[in-house]
Design a protein around this ligand. Structure first.
Ligand code: ZN
Length: 457
């Protein structure tokens, strides 16, 4: 099979940084080998660039890209409720979007992800119906729009179809959540299966199930998910203290205790956030994935993930851009460690991978790549023979990286490179971003600005 070669200054291959080594990509878009290209090979030189596995964003709500800059002040008359402005603005955006609006917001968001080095997105999709809560003529309409937006941009997508039953335990129905609701768990799980069928022809699209949270679904829904055993199950877990309190009131158990009792906490399960854990809940999550969204958790004041305890317990850590207040996967990784430093009053909290300056950066890079792949049930996040050539390149000549030590290059990139230092992205061997430019960027931004004006007029 014909292969072509990428020749960067340095390459992360099999989890290790190597210099002077080129990557061979097979015609089917998988990695073939790393080494020296033969004399007659087709070689693309990436001078001054570091080639890495593409970053995996395991938790996104793409349409929330609309909220940026619109939630950083208290709502009139509600100075005590700092969450109110965010939630009201989110409902306003969610209520206003027609299918084209969903497509436009998603395209802008996914495009920004590609520019930041993200090659796979796990989209936690909860906008399903018309604004008055009826299904569209094609009940999968909005999910199809989101997936098309990701594929137009060039990303690999794992669509996590959300199940949502109620506004909370004992709470009155919230009319503005009508677009999210399914009548029963069988309808929810049937939609997951229908989406799987619909996308099966595209190997870059996969589907999982996402019961929204213990707040939004009652016990019978969780029991139905446990029986159905979907390939991936994602759920918001213990994001805020109020969620833990209402779970105790409804079930007499904390969220993680409840999920453990229901048999959901296996390798297919990802707990998103998991910020408010009791010490005995940490080992219960040891077989599962934990998706940290530290930049969103910081924006919302959620709290700090006990990532070191979870890693010690064996959990797989990954990252998500969640509310899109920033789309900066390297920033998410350094915040995961940085928040722990602020909390513990010391440095170097997460365990390093190997000795030397790059040890902790290797751990974090693994979180941002392979950890996300595991969470989404995908064979992505590590460059090795036969694995997808999902790649990103960092410009080592960027001013932020001037003077980086030879043996601390990954540390300089992970701890100090801005998202703009990422210059190129490939998905399944296909170029998505080249030298900081995506071919749809101008059109996507123009459409998105118009959508913002319409939505918040
Ligand atoms: Zn979320």
């Amino acid at each position: 099979m014909a292969s072509r070669w990428l020749q960067p200054e340095a390459l992360v291959w099999g989890g290790r940084l190597q210099r002077g080594v080129a990557l061979a990509i097979a015609a089917d878009g998988t990695c073939e080998s790393a080494g020296q290209p033969p004399p007659d090979a087709t070689v693309e030189r990436l001078a001054g660039k570091l080639l890495l596995p593409g970053l995996v964003n395991a938790h996104s709500h793409a349409f929330q890209r609309l909220l940026r800059g619109r939630t950083q002040a208290p709502a009139p008359g509600r100075p005590q409720d700092d969450f109110w402005t965010w939630r009201e603005t989110m409902y306003r955006a969610a209520a206003a979007l027609d299918p084209e609006g969903v497509a436009v917001a998603s395209r802008q968001c996914f495009l920004e992800m590609a520019l930041a080095g993200i090659t796979t997105v796990g989209e936690f999709h909860y906008l399903h119906h018309t604004p008055d809560g009826r299904p569209y003529d094609d009940p999968l309409e909005l999910a199809l729009r989101v997936v098309s937006a990701a594929r137009d941009v060039g990303l690999r997508i794992h669509l996590l179809r959300v199940g949502y039953a109620r506004s909370g335990f004992g709470a009155a129905p919230e009319p503005r959540q009508r677009r999210f609701y399914d009548p029963d768990p069988d309808t929810f799980l049937a939609s997951v299966s229908a989406l799987e069928q619909r996308f099966r022809p595209d190997p870059l699209v996969t589907v999982g199930a996402a019961p929204h949270s213990v707040r939004a679904v009652p016990r019978p829904w969780l029991e139905a998910v446990a029986r159905a055993r979907p390939g991936t199950v994602h759920m918001h877990v213990a994001e805020q203290p109020r969620e833990v309190e209402s779970c105790l009131a409804e079930h007499g158990r904390r969220p993680v205790e409840l999920l453990d009792e229901l048999g959901l906490l296996d390798a297919r399960f990802t707990a998103v956030h998991a910020v408010h854990l009791a010490p005995h809940e940490i080992p219960l999550l040891g077989r599962s994935s934990i998706c940290a969204c530290p930049l969103t958790e910081r924006d919302l004041g959620d709290g700090i993930l006990p990532a070191d305890g979870l890693a010690t317990a064996g959990a797989t850590l990954c990252i998500g851009t969640d509310g899109q207040s920033e789309i900066d996967p390297l920033g998410e990784l350094r915040a995961l460690e940085g928040h722990l430093r602020l909390q513990r009053g010391r440095r170097l909290v997460l365990p390093p991978t190997g000795e030397g300056l790059d040890g902790l950066a290797r751990t974090l890079l693994e979180v941002g790549t392979r950890g996300g792949g595991r969470s989404l049930g995908l064979d992505v996040g590590r460059l090795a023979p036969g694995r997808p050539a999902d790649l990103c390149a960092v410009d080592l000549t960027h001013s932020a990286l001037a003077g980086a030590p030879e043996d601390g290059l990954l540390a300089a990139v992970v701890f100090s490179a801005p998202a703009a230092a990422v210059t190129d992205t490939w998905v399944q061997g296909q170029r998505v971003v080249q030298d900081g430019h995506h071919p749809h960027a101008e059109a996507a931004a123009r459409d998105f600005r118009a959508l913002c004006r319409r939505t918040f007029a």
